[in-house]
Ligand binder design. Structure first.
Ligand code: NAG
Ligand code: NAG
Ligand code: NAG
Ligand code: NAG
Length: 276
């Protein structure tokens, strides 16, 4: 088997740094997913558009550059991440659409257009703020992913919960888990600094979601576990019976300054580990 199912999830484009795909080291035996951040259901002032998504990632990530990186690396896939924390000064939130069917239809049409322009293979769900009543999130997002997959617009869907957004994401996962491929849980928000703490956080998320879909994650120059302790944590996960099938990193924007140390080492770890 050429690709044994090991995956990298690399967020890119969220911070305004003029980052490029071809600067990032890519191992040919890894299923390498660039998660382009972010496509947002809002106008430039942050006003919601009833499900019509527009690209707000850094302009250096052009349609031609996606085409080029996919042509030179057949193992690369491109996903658009939906929402993120904010647009400019405006904090973004899920909102209950007046007309859920209209929201799903607008989201489908706008994302299909983005998928064509940018050769996208999938979407990542990264809503980070929710109203008290948020049941419409699971319904609208679950139906959207189902439709995008059914119409062969996308083949991959991932979700990115963090410690205070578990409830709406579990609602989504419990109802639509069949169309969700990976859970990019933001472990760096779980406030664990040690491998032992990381193992316990992973154990919790693996029990809430599906242990084979939850990926360990690392924030470059960020919160949570830092430095080589992350790789000690990965080894501890394997020693405790978890298959480390992939790694999520946030984000390429911060990694240029250290020559993509965590991307290189994560891929080396995945290629070296014997579990599947
Ligand atoms: C969203 O839909 C509602 C209800 O159809 C409409 O009143 C509103 O103007 C729409 N908003 C935008 C930004 O299109
Ligand atoms: C989402 O909805 C549930 C159920 O109404 C509620 O318990 C929760 O606080 C809401 N918000 C978040 C971020 O989970
Ligand atoms: C799409 O949905 C229809 C109706 O449920 C089903 O018959 C068809 O097999 C689905 N196609 C794919 C590619 O999932
Ligand atoms: C590869 O595996 C060996 C044996 O398990 C281990 O000693 C070594 O540190 C690993 N290398 C990496 C890069 O993880």
């Amino acid at each position: 088997m050429l690709l044994d199912g090991k995956v990298m999830m690399e967020y890119i484009g969220a911070t305004g740094v003029p980052v490029k795909f071809d600067q990032v080291p890519i191992e040919e035996d890894i299923n390498f997913h660039f998660i382009i951040s972010f496509a947002i259901d809002a106008d430039p002032l942050g006003k919601p558009q009833n499900g019509t998504f527009s690209p707000y990632w850094v302009p250096s990530l052009t349609p031609d550059s996606v085409a080029a990186i996919k042509a030179s690396n057949p193992n690369v896939k491109a996903l658009a991440s939906l929402s993120g924390w904010s647009l400019g000064d405006k904090v973004l939130s899920w909102y209950n659409p007046v007309d859920p069917q209209l929201w799903i239809s607008n989201a489908f049409t706008s994302l299909k257009s983005l998928a064509t322009t940018y050769q996208l293979d999938g979407i990542d769900i990264d809503y980070e703020n929710f109203p008290k009543h948020n049941e419409s999130f699971a319904y609208c997002i679950g139906e959207l992913i189902t439709l995008l997959k059914n119409q062969s617009v996308i083949s991959i869907a991932t979700i990115a919960p963090f410690h205070t957004t578990t409830i709406p994401y579990l609602d989504l996962f419990n109802r639509y888990g069949g169309v969700i491929d990976y859970v990019n849980h933001q472990f760096y928000t779980d406030k664990v600094k040690t491998p032992r703490g990381y193992l316990e956080a992973f154990r919790l998320r693996a029990s809430q979601f599906d242990k084979d879909k939850v990926l360990p994650s690392y924030e470059v120059n960020g919160r949570g576990i830092q430095g080589d302790a992350f790789f000690d944590a990965l080894r501890l996960l394997e020693a405790n019976g978890f298959d480390v099938n992939g790694v999520m990193i946030f984000s390429a924007d911060a990694s240029a300054s250290n020559d993509y140390y965590y991307e290189r080492k994560s891929q080396a770890f995945l290629l070296n580990s014997t579990t599947m």
